[in-house]
Design a protein around this ligand. Structure first.
Ligand code: UP6
Length: 270
């Protein structure tokens, strides 16, 4: 996967969400996912409308939004169609199969209805994937497992990461890849010659600062895409962290899109 193009990989993926993401990346020349972590609906929608043309994916934490309602979801959906991007709810499910199934399908947010992609911590074991797959697979959704994290001194290392990769291999129809900091195909004693291909989405990306004083650690698009071979850069405050001036936000989105795409082209030409 590190040396294949996004579009070639899209043809080989059987999961609809993975295929659609790789296709939109190629179509828009963007491996940028913007993480919209703000508390007000108006600000949330305004940022998405501004960055929409430059992203392949919008990542949400809908439980942060104070004035969340169904109208917000309708507008989010409309923006995703107008600007051609997919939606990833960063819910980080972490409970037993039966509970995550309910959290995914029900409650105020009804995540499965609108999020093409969600993620889960592998800590409960394979049953969490089964619970989520029972809801998401019939809807054509995809799941990412958190095999690694971006924060200082996090526990998702070594054997934990290896076990996460093994869990993903058991459900290639639904688990489309990982939240991780590098490629995962080579992990574990596995024969990769049969063309295994995980999507690697990587948070902790920033061009101007190294951290946030609360454990977050930033790397550049070049570190992440060219050197580590990841597929999608996830950028939050690097895009909108300096206030809500629309022109400034647009500029940052264009900058990260350009940097991310250049890093991808550099990787392919290696
Ligand atoms: N995120 C991380 N690190 C991880 C997993 N997820 O930062 O290992 C998420 C955070 C946040 C976003 O929950 O929504 O990615 C990063 O935002 P930032 O660019 O503003 O730091």
């Amino acid at each position: 996967p590190k040396s294949s193009s996004y579009v070639d990989r899209s043809k080989r993926h059987s999961n609809g969400a993975a295929k659609a993401l790789l296709e939109v990346m190629d179509r828009k020349k963007s491996n940028l996912c913007v993480s919209v972590d703000v508390a007000q609906k108006q600000s949330f929608l305004s940022i998405i409308d501004t960055v929409g043309p430059y992203v392949c994916l919008i990542k949400t934490h809908v439980d942060i939004i104070e004035d969340f309602d169904d109208q917000l979801l309708a507008e989010l959906k409309a923006l995703s169609e107008r600007h051609d991007f997919l939606i990833f709810e960063d819910r980080k499910f972490a409970d037993i199969g039966n509970t995550v199934k309910l959290q995914y399908a029900k409650g105020v947010h009804k995540i499965a209805n609108w999020a093409h992609i969600v993620n889960a911590h592998p800590v409960p074991g394979p049953s969490i994937v089964e619970g989520l797959a029972s809801v998401g697979l019939p809807l054509g959704r995809g799941l990412l497992l958190l095999a690694e994290m971006s924060t200082k001194d996090n526990l998702a290392t070594g054997e934990y990461t290896t076990r996460a990769v093994q869990m993903a291999r058991q459900r290639p129809d639904f688990v489309i890849g990982f939240i991780a900091q590098r490629r995962m195909e080579t992990i574990g004693s596995h024969d990769t010659s049969h063309g295994e291909d995980f999507l690697i989405l990587t948070p902790g990306v920033g061009l101007d600062v190294q951290g946030d004083g609360m454990g977050q650690q930033y790397r550049t698009p070049k570190n992440v895409i060219t050197d580590a071979g990841c597929d999608v850069i996830i950028v939050g405050r690097g895009i909108y962290g300096n206030g809500d001036d629309v022109d400034a936000i647009r500029k940052q989105a264009q900058r990260y899109q350009a940097e991310g795409w250049k890093a991808y082209l550099d990787r392919l030409s290696k």
